[in-house]
Design a protein. Structure first.
Length: 182
């Protein structure tokens, strides 16, 4: 497994996240040596759609991309919708792209990327229902298990987590990607 010792990875999520899309990548990056931090629009504890509870470490208004080496955006319809409605979360996500840092997004997590205006000209995948939104925002949407485009790793569903996890760990280990832009 790729070494992520000393790396800090932010996970941005809210109530209604897809449980496995938070817990499985979290386990992947921490097992590789990274420190994971849960950033949320909500405070205290957030709950996944299947009941997994997670403690929030940092509110979105206090989080800064300068403090992290990479970002993961789990899916879940309610999570994706709530996250994209938080202007501070949108600004935070955009700043990861502006700083050329790797970003992993799965399922409905991709919605926030349209609000952050960071998908134009990018090849990516997502849960199929986001296809039109992503295409309208300028992305080249494809139906593949995992897609890597200059530091942006995207996947479709929990079934794709093994491939997604392997690629986010690889991209986080590589560090900044100059082609990763907002």
């Amino acid at each position: 497994m790729t070494d992520l010792n000393g790396k800090r990875i932010a996970f941005v999520a809210n109530n209604g996240f897809e449980d496995s899309e938070l817990t499985s990548p979290w386990e992947a990056v921490t097992s590789a040596g990274a420190t994971a931090t849960l950033v949320s629009s909500e405070s205290g504890t957030i709950t996944g759609k299947n009941g997994h509870e997670a403690s929030v470490d940092t509110p979105t208004g206090e989080a800064n991309a300068d403090d992290f080496d990479g970002l993961v955006l789990p899916g879940g319809v309610a999570n994706g919708d709530k996250t994209r409605m938080d202007e501070k979360a949108v600004a935070l996500v955009r700043s990861f792209f502006e700083q050329h840092k790797p970003v992993g997004v799965i399922c409905h997590g991709g919605w926030i990327l349209t609000d952050a205006d960071v998908v134009k000209g990018r090849t990516m995948t997502s849960y199929p229902s986001l296809k039109t939104d992503l295409r309208n925002a300028g992305a080249n949407w494809v139906d593949e298990e995992v897609v890597v485009d200059a530091g942006l790793v995207s996947s479709r569903t929990p079934d794709d987590l093994p491939a997604f996890n392997a690629k986010i760990v690889e991209e986080f280990a590589e560090g900044k990607h100059e082609e990763q832009v907002a």
